[in-house]
Design a protein around this ligand. Sequence first.
Ligand code: PLP
Length: 330
Amino acid sequence: MSTQALVSDDLQKFPRCELARFPTPLQRFKNLEKSINSVELWVKRDDLIDFGYGGNKVRALEYIVADALKSGSKTLITGASAQSNHVRATAAAAAYLNLNCIAIYWGSPPKEVRGNYYLTRLLGAETRFTHDTDRSSVDTMIRLVEQELVQGGALPYSIPRGGACALGVIAHMHAAQELLEQCQDREINVDLVTLAVGSGGTIAGWVLARILYDHPWRIEGFTVSRPARELTDIVRNLVQQAAILLNVTLNINLDEVVIHDGYIGDGYGIPSIEGNETIKEVAVRQGVFFDPTYTGKAFAGFSDFMKKGHYGDIQTAVFLHTGGEPVLFV
Ligand SMILES: *Cc1c(COP(=O)(O)O)cnc(C)c1O
């Protein structure tokens, strides 16, 4: 049996709670190609995942929530910023499965209830704020709320910020396998897959799939939150954890995880000038919406790399549209 068949079977053995239909579409964005040195540009539309306003977070939740149901839990606890796509998708999954959802946000309640915060409340999640601008205050409060519920006799299930955990990584490996099949069917030879990196779970899945299935492309991420060096360690760690879950031994090289700095702007969740210009250009030329926190900034980084000639050897690129459109309404 080849490694590929072995690992493919292994991927199937994790329980999945079906929330959406896959594969997501792979579309050519011809109208943008001129502005990126005429490379062939394809976009994998994970923004179109047909559940709870979509986005990459739904993929991970299918596996995480299946695990929560298996454990008999009735309450999901998670958190991030008030505009978190992950929290909104978790609230949607909880609503659909008749579970409670407690959303924990750093900082204080925003003046206006908009975007993902609006949707999360609409979905019936209970929302709490840490009143501390330090993002890690969310992790602390998740643990506290969990303890509180356990002491009250409940069985809560906590999901880390961004859904970045080994099960989530395995979910994103499926996305990479989808792309492989779509490219084989349509005879597309992809040189580069590029995407936004936040908590790191998504790129970890793509990297692990590339290593285990020998995918033909390289993968490069653009960070929208932490410095790339810090994220690289987090991603390598996530890759290792998922490999352990899959029962494969892995020696991940330093150069397997490529993440670029330079396009965060003034900070995570703060729109940047280049990001906003990108959103406008993609809307005007393609009729598609990117978002100000992730995809706008990441695509701005990718096109800048193109313009600066860093990708001279690339002929066909795929950009992963990971979603996030509700933030356009904030
Ligand atoms: C969370 C998110 C990302 C980044 O995914 P990570 O797994 O956190 O790195 C990218 N785009 C959107 C829209 C997201 O919500």
